[in-house]
Design a protein around this ligand. Structure first.
Ligand SMILES: [Zn+2]
Length: 64
């Protein structure tokens, strides 16, 4: 997992500003998404990227 250098200004899924983005490659075996309510993030949007893999856009409670 790493943060891509070509990340857009706003989330490409919902169009809202985001707190952070993390990229997960197609070569990863799997990943864990924690669905418990948490104090930091309200929502995570998932955007598929060319060539495989996904970007996760993390929104905090003030943004969504
Ligand atoms: Zn979003």
């Amino acid at each position: 997992m790493h943060t891509p250098s070509d990340a857009p200004e706003a989330c490409p899924v919902c169009g809202v500003a985001y707190f952070s983005v993390s990229r997960h490659g197609a070569d990863e075996e799997g990943l864990l998404i924690n669905l418990r309510e948490n104090e930091r993030f309200a929502r995570v949007c998932v955007d598929a990227i060319e060539g495989g893999g996904v970007d996760f856009y993390h929104h905090d409670h003030k943004q969504v």
